[in-house]
Write a protein that binds this ligand. Sequence first.
Ligand code: ADP
Length: 218
Amino acid sequence: MKKQYVVIGLGRFGTSVAKTLVDQDADVLVIDANEEKVDQAINFATHAVQADATDEQALKSLGIRNFDVACVCLGEIQSSIMAALICKEQGIDLVLVKAQSEVHAKVLYKMGVDKVVFPERDMGIRVAHNLISSNILDFIELSDDYGIAEIEVHPAWVGQTLVDLDFRKKYGVNIIAIKGPENAVNVSPLPGDVIAEDDILVVIGEEESIGKLERHGE
Ligand code: ADP
């Protein structure tokens, strides 16, 4: 059976989450206190309802307990905490909340929220990596120390195989995918695969090691 998602709060973040879920063919209920936001959401969401997400009765009467995943995207900390608490108390398996600060996140985790995200902070990290190093096209932080990066191929790598490059030994970094021309993605690169000039390498490893690899080139 399809998973049921509820997205609470239709700001920029919530709307983007809801739209992407719908694009991925998920069933999505969106909730917002603002009538206009709800009217706009009717165009893309499976269901859109105007309700105050801090009102337990309102969420209960929407059958919130039947949902598998809740995404709480409210800007205001107190509302976010209330809505998250109701979702957890109603027994939703996976509750993800957008946090404003470390303290907010700490409270959410103490309450048993399953995942907390900081979209602005996370995007800031990605953008900064891009700015510092023009060869790093994108960076996703996995933890404080580890990340996944998309790196442009250094001229010295062209024509070499993954064995020749031996990034794992030299830098402790693994190549997990190679993006070729026209969106071709090799998701299980083999040791003998040869690197081409226009390839983009998707690597996973310690942030520092990725930086070293990118700077040294070979
Ligand atoms: P973003 O920064 O992602 O744009 P905002 O904080 O601006 O997020 O947006 C939050 C959204 O949540 C708004 O659309 C607002 O109407 C809605 N909202 C705020 N409080 C409540 C509430 N108690 N119940 C339901 N929706 C709410």
